[in-house]
Write a protein that binds this ligand. Structure first.
Ligand SMILES: Cc1cc2nc3c(=O)[nH]c(=O)nc-3n(C[C@H](O)[C@H](O)[C@H](O)COP(=O)(O)OP(=O)(O)OC[C@H]3O[C@@H](n4cnc5c(N)ncnc54)[C@H](O)[C@@H]3O)c2cc1C
Length: 239
């Protein structure tokens, strides 16, 4: 299998667009046959564009796995007035985008920890997707918990996929937290706080690793809370 990595922007053809929520879609790009992106799950790509005469570059994380050959996927949320997310969401199948990478980020590979807790807010789940898909596909010896906060049920990216994994695999579980839950909501309500962390995080040992990705205020507050619970800084990854 040929491994693809480029520090210069390369033109990739968009072959599929799948709407996942009201503001988030999965974009699939074509790779040559028998080729796969050379990355560890959690690493990111850089999307380049000229928008209104200005060069704009933003990082996006592959949600496909390093084992996927002939294509890679990125899940991208459209922000109101977002320059690059709006640019990508305006693209159609058959269009081309300039993308460089992969570039190392906060990634995971087998052996880094036996217990992994991934704490995500909204589109902050994107680095976790490839980690979860890869670890389950490759049968990694790791226990994973996804603690996933959103405003409403309609905002939850890949809700069905995560629930299916939780049913199917003993080493994966997910806990969904909603700020505005519906009446019949069976998950948690409110925000992820110290109590939720105390209840769900694995014990702070060298065999535990926490990934945290979400809006800046969520990351700031939870980072403090995680360290206060006895985790060493080296056991916390903010991709
Ligand atoms: C390492 C890394 C990996 C990333 N991977 C992904 C990914 O896989 N998928 C994905 O959708 N995004 C990802 N992002 C975020 C992405 O790079 C952009 O920041 C995002 O798409 C907004 O860019 P924009 O040009 O559309 O918005 P901009 O034009 O930069 O901002 C426009 C407005 O959008 C709002 N906004 C922008 N970013 C945020 C935010 N994070 N939270 C709340 N409001 C915001 C602000 O109100 C801002 O004023 C990643 C970021 C990093 C650092």
């Amino acid at each position: 299998m040929k491994k693809i990595k480029s520090s210069e922007p390369v033109s990739y053809v968009l072959t599929d667009i799948k709407k996942l929520t009201h503001d988030t879609s999965a974009f699939t790009f074509k790779l040559p046959e028998n080729s796969a992106l050379d990355f560890l799950p959690g690493d990111h790509m850089m999307v380049h564009a000229k928008i209104d005469g200005k060069d704009v570059v933003r990082p996006y994380t592959p949600s496909s796995t390093p084992d996927d050959s002939g294509f890679f996927e990125m899940i991208i949320k459209r922000y109101p007035d977002g320059l690059l997310s709006g640019y990508v969401h305006n693209k159609k199948i058959g269009d081309e985008l300039l993308i460089s990478g992969p570039t190392p980020g906060g990634h995971f590979e087998q052996g880094m920890a036996k217990n992994v807790c991934m704490i995500a807010g909204g589109a902050g789940v994107t680095p976790m997707i490839s980690i979860i898909r890869t670890a389950l596909r490759r049968n990694y010896d790791v226990n994973m918990l996804l603690l996933f906060a959103n405003k409403t049920e309609a905002d939850i990216i890949l809700h069905d996929e995560f629930e299916e994994y939780a049913r199917k695999f003993d080493n994966f579980d997910s806990v969904f937290v909603l700020g505005n839950p519906p009446d019949n909501w069976s998950g948690l309500s409110g925000h992820i706080d110290e109590n939720v962390l105390r209840q769900h995080l694995p014990s702070p040992t060298e065999n535990s690793l926490i990934f945290l990705c979400g809006p800046p205020m969520m990351e700031y507050k939870l980072r403090q809370a995680i360290l206060a619970l006895g985790y060493d800084k080296s056991r916390l990854v903010i991709p």
